[in-house]
Design a protein around this ligand. Structure first.
Ligand SMILES: N[C@@H](CCC(=O)N[C@@H](CS)C(=O)NCC(=O)O)C(=O)O
Length: 214
């Protein structure tokens, strides 16, 4: 039995990033689910572990890790092979920039609590919420498409999966889920397809998780 416990949710794209990284490293872990639809992530016992009341959290023995970016960095340091960052510092910064477009500038704007606030506090209709999601995904993906076109091989940066692919695949899953038109982003779709063909990415897919209720 693994001493790693991933607190997450099948449809959480931030949890999906961590599942991909662990699968690429071949690391075994247990999962505890928190149903985001019912607000389970805000329950006091989970907040005692993860003060923001968000998933994922990764428990490694006595250490509790939160924020998927920090978790990915920890996984990379703990299990360096196969590397998910290029060795060259400049190349690594480019990969982190690709990851940051998604993690810092797209994902936070489309999160459950933000969409709930748009509906509940600002009276947004479902059409307006869909427009909001498409706007910020489109904005970030337009820049990311250019960056990936500049640096990609089979994957977002070169010919091996990196932190960038760990973010791109879950964000494309989200985009499809919300009906965002992906035809302007052929490079992102190509690297997504290449990544999803790998067993590690397939194993991390939301539909393959024990808590999936599709
Ligand atoms: N920056 C955080 C984001 C975590 C996050 O927002 N997780 C979402 C699921 S993908 C969540 O727990 N949402 C619950 C909510 O909005 O109430 C990370 O990368 O871990």
């Amino acid at each position: 039995m693994s001493d790693l416990i991933l607190h997450g949710y099948w449809r959480s794209s931030a949890s999906y990033r961590v599942r991909i990284a662990l699968a690429l490293k071949g690391v075994d872990y247990a999962q505890v689910t928190h149903d985001l639809r019912s607000g389970a992530q805000r329950a006091p016992d989970y907040r005692a572990l993860a003060p923001q009341g968000l998933v994922p959290a990764l428990v490694a023995g006595d250490t509790v890790l939160t924020q998927s970016g920090a978790i990915l960095e920890w996984i990379e340091a703990r299990w360096p092979q196969p590397p998910l960052l290029p060795a060259d510092p400049g190349d690594a910064a480019i990969v982190r920039a690709m990851a940051g477009i998604i993690a810092c500038d797209i994902h936070p704007l489309g999160n459950l609590r933000i969409l709930q606030a748009l509906r509940q506090d600002f009276g947004a209709s479902e059409d307006q919420v869909s427009g909001w999601i498409a706007r910020w995904i489109g904005d970030g993906f337009t820049a990311l498409e250019t960056l990936v076109a500049r640096h990609c091989g089979r994957f977002a940066f070169g010919d091996s999966p990196s932190f960038a692919d760990c973010r791109i695949v879950p964000q494309l899953y989200n985009a499809r889920r919300f009906g965002v038109d992906l035809t302007p982003f052929p490079r992102l779709c190509a690297v997504d397809a290449a990544a999803c063909a790998l067993p590690a990415f397939a194993a991390a897919h939301p539909d393959r998780q024990p808590d999936a209720d599709i």
